[in-house]
Design a protein. Structure first.
Length: 123
């Protein structure tokens, strides 16, 4: 048996196992299913989720946007430290800390009869 014969046998054996592309011929893209098939497209409306801690591990809590009621909690799997997020539910933004304003001369409470320049000159 020559090298080309063994190559041809291998090629024949693999032909049945190789998957063909599932895209239709002609270059058309796949489209979504028709409506009414009970499949969600896009984000879940009127709900949000936030990251919380549950027994030292991180978890995700789902919340109703209108009433603020907590609807469900995704706990981490056994032996894991973090839980997976709810699919399609948006994350709540974390509260940002406000920066302290820098002190200025205008913010100082000075007696009305004294001028700021006179305070600076006297020191």
């Amino acid at each position: 048996m020559t090298r080309t014969d063994s190559f041809l046998k291998l090629e024949k054996a693999l032909q049945g196992r190789i998957r063909k592309s599932k895209l239709p011929q002609g270059g058309n893209m796949a489209v979504n299913k028709p409506t009414g098939d009970n499949a969600r497209k896009g984000a879940v409306k009127k709900r949000s989720q936030t990251k919380t801690t549950l027994g030292g591990a991180s978890a995700f809590t789902k919340r109703d946007k209108a009433s603020g009621e907590f609807m469900g909690v995704k706990k981490p799997a056994k032996g894991k430290k973090a839980a997976k997020k709810f699919k399609g539910v948006r994350l709540e933004k974390k509260a940002t800390k406000k920066k302290k304003a820098k002190k200025s001369y205008a913010a100082l409470h000075v007696r009305p009869d004294l001028d700021v320049r006179s305070i600076l000159i006297s020191t």
